[in-house]
Design a protein around this ligand. Structure first.
Ligand SMILES: [Mn+2]
Length: 320
């Protein structure tokens, strides 16, 4: 945690009346939890400030908060804060440079720099924890509501696989403990996160029956647009099933490839062995060592990345 830089960010928040928070496209629990947690803290602590969250929504993030529809005009004179997003292209609302001042708050490995202040802390397994770092530093001056605490908790749970993934440490629990100390009610959060539609449950059955394996042990599933329509699930729901393939002893790497509406193929790569983020960078993607995304474009390109992943696993097993 960089106390000096967090103070700088905090002072900017105090200086602006209007603040617009921008999560990334194809939102996940962490970017929404970070956005709505921060919004709640600002609103609860500074009653005279107006805070908006602008971007896309996914069904499963609606319980965390609902986004605002903003006019270009609304950005004038605003402090804009991009959260949980490594590169500008991924920000859902591309008007990030239409405000007065831009802050980037993120925990992904740095790919490209942007923002008048850039705060990147890769030691935090969820971006929510950066907001909690700030809350910790200025807890004397800051308030948070139940809704805000649940947003931050939900984001932390989803990005850490419920405190399982690499990067979770004592700091993670010390920050989360602050929420419990303030009366966090977790039941609602788990109820929403554990609710799955019947269609998605059946689709999970499809994934478990139809996944494939490469020679050296990459488990993967290919999801076409037709398949998604047939099962009545959304692409986001379908993609959320990637970790179903993380259970095999002989497959340290697994992946889910899905075709988006514009027929563009994207992939989610996961690992419990070799780092996959450098390989992901080569395929127009990136992320964390053990969890990355790639933009492939075509199924042809998918064959290419499968070969690369297979070689990665082969080398990993040889060195084990
Ligand atoms: Mn995140």
């Amino acid at each position: 945690m960089n106390q000096e830089k967090l103070t700088e960010i905090y002072n900017k928040i105090k200086a602006y009346q209007k603040i617009i928070i921008l999560p990334h496209a194809r939102p996940d629990g962490d970017c929404m939890g970070t956005a709505f947690g921060l919004k709640d803290i600002i609103e609860q602590s500074f009653k005279d400030k107006t805070v908006f969250v602008s971007g896309e929504e996914a069904d499963f993030t609606k319980f965390i908060g609902r986004v605002d529809t903003l006019e270009d005009e609304d950005f004038k004179g605003a402090l804009v804060i991009s959260v949980d997003t490594g590169n500008q292209e991924r920000i859902a609302d591309q008007r990030y440079d239409k405000g007065d001042f831009l802050i980037k708050i993120d925990h992904h490995i740095l790919v490209n720099s942007f923002g008048d202040i850039e705060y990147v802390d890769t030691s935090r397994p969820a971006a929510t924890l950066i907001i909690l770092d700030m809350f910790y530093l200025f807890s004397d001056e800051l308030s948070i509501s139940q809704k805000g605490m649940q947003a931050l908790y939900a984001g932390t749970l989803t990005d850490t696989g419920r405190f399982k993934y690499q990067g979770v440490n004592g700091d993670t629990f010390r920050r989360i403990a602050m929420l419990y100390d303030r009366g966090l009610e977790t039941e609602t959060v788990y109820r929403y996160l554990d609710t799955k539609s019947e269609a998605l449950t059946r689709f999970k059955g499809y994934v478990l029956l139809n996944y494939k394996k490469t020679t050296h042990g990459v488990a993967y599933i290919e999801i076409t647009h037709e398949l998604i329509e047939e099962h009545g699930v959304t692409i986001e729901e379908a993609s959320s099933l990637v970790n179903e393939l993380g259970v095999f002893e002989d497959c340290p790497v697994w992946a889910l490839f899905a075709e988006y509406e514009e027929k563009i193929v994207r992939g989610r790569l996961r690992s419990k062995g070799p780092a996959v983020n450098e390989l992901a960078n080569r395929f127009d993607g990136g992320g964390h060592a053990m969890a990355s995304g790639v933009n492939l474009g075509t199924w042809e390109k998918q064959k290419e990345i499968l070969n690369a992943l297979d070689t990665l696993v082969k080398e990993y097993k040889n060195n084990e």
